[in-house]
Design a protein around this ligand. Structure first.
Ligand SMILES: [Mg+2]
Length: 343
């Protein structure tokens, strides 16, 4: 197999703010894997928060060429060889996605079919990024009517997080969930979660910093289910998450791809945990990878490509029922229509 990669810049439709940063554009890496005239594609969305960058991802991809071999269906072995190298989960996910895309194209089947899954899962949420309470309410009120649920970014560290949710609750009857991105302390979390329970919030994502020693107490005493994201990267993290959360947020850029994500979903089930599927700021290529495993999940948050000014990889359809629907074309089904040479 021949692997090539390039950097691309995705421009956001509007600046996207969470507790720790604001983004107006994001750099990703596109991977192409060629074999016998077929090409599989994957996208890496490296996360600075996890010590990754476009440069480190591309350095990993240069090394990964020696780990691939010539059988794209040998996914377990290829992923095991990549797992021996530390970190670079986003780059690993890009290779895993490109392998799934290539295998699907060689077999003439969509990836979801090859995984034995139905085509569609739950509807995606729309993310209302962090802002002043009245600003968040204004944006929530103007949301595309196809969205069936909203995810509110909290963690303003200004004592207004409950007020943010109250303001949004006043303008919409949609189910709400909140994501604090590690910005509450334990006492604050216990108090805020209690208040949010009265506002019809369904669950709270990552209220405490990853690894916070108060996690078990919060799970025991919280008035709402707690989901963890920054606490849960790969299969090896899932069992420990059962001590501090009621559910996990799986993202391909953390897990290292589709194959590990499937293992995590089943592991979570065996521990009685809920399963959420999330994404980074990604194009339709990255979202197409995640959408393949959405049917394994209870909650889906795959709006990354919908936040872009322009999606260079059409192939996931955002349907009337709010579901991010993968193509029925072979592989991941994303098409680089706007690119003269996606490699
Ligand atoms: Mg999150």
């Amino acid at each position: 197999m021949r692997l090539s990669h390039r950097t691309a810049t995705l421009r956001l439709a509007q600046p996207f703010t969470i507790s720790r940063e604001t983004a107006t554009e994001v750099e990703v890496v596109w991977v192409a894997l060629e074999l016998n005239g077929a090409t599989g594609y994957g996208e890496a969305a490296p996360q600075a928060h996890y010590g990754e960058s476009v440069e480190s991802a591309r350095a990993f991809l240069d090394d990964a060429k020696a780990l691939l071999g010539d059988d794209p269906f040998a996914l377990e072995e290829i992923c095991a060889r990549m797992a021996e190298r530390p970190g670079e989960q986003a780059a690993k996910a890009a290779v895993d996605n490109a392998l799934h895309d290539l295998c699907g194209k060689l077999a003439g089947l969509p990836t979801w079919r090859m995984l034995g899954l139905p085509r569609t899962g739950p509807p995606t949420s729309w993310t209302v990024w962090l802002g002043e309470p009245d600003d968040m309410a204004r944006r929530a009120a103007a949301v595309d009517p196809r969205f069936r649920r909203l995810k509110l970014k909290l963690g303003g560290r200004d004592g207004l997080d409950v007020e943010r949710v109250r303001a949004v609750r006043e303008v919409t009857a949609l189910p709400l969930m909140v994501d604090v991105n590690e910005y509450w302390e334990l006492e604050e979390a216990l108090e805020n979660v209690q208040a949010l329970a009265g506002l019809g919030v369904e669950y709270v994502e990552q209220p405490l910093p990853a690894g916070d020693p108060g996690g078990a107490r919060l799970k025991a005493e919280a008035a709402l289910p707690i989901y963890v994201d920054e606490d849960c990267h790969t299969l090896a993290d899932v069992a420990a998450c059962a001590e501090r959360a009621h559910g996990i947020n799986i993202k391909l850029a953390k897990s290292g791809g589709i194959r590990e994500a499937v293992k995590m979903a089943f592991s979570a089930r065996s521990l009685g945990l809920g399963v959420m599927l999330g994404c980074m700021l990604e194009s339709g290529l990255g979202i197409a990878g995640a959408a393949q495993v959405a049917p394994l999940c209870d909650h889906v948050d795959l709006d990354g490509n919908l936040l872009l000014a322009e999606d260079p990889w059409p192939g996931v359809e955002f349907r009337e029922d709010g579901v991010q629907t993968p193509s029925d074309e072979p592989g991941l089904g994303a098409r680089a229509e706007a690119l003269s040479d996606p490699r």
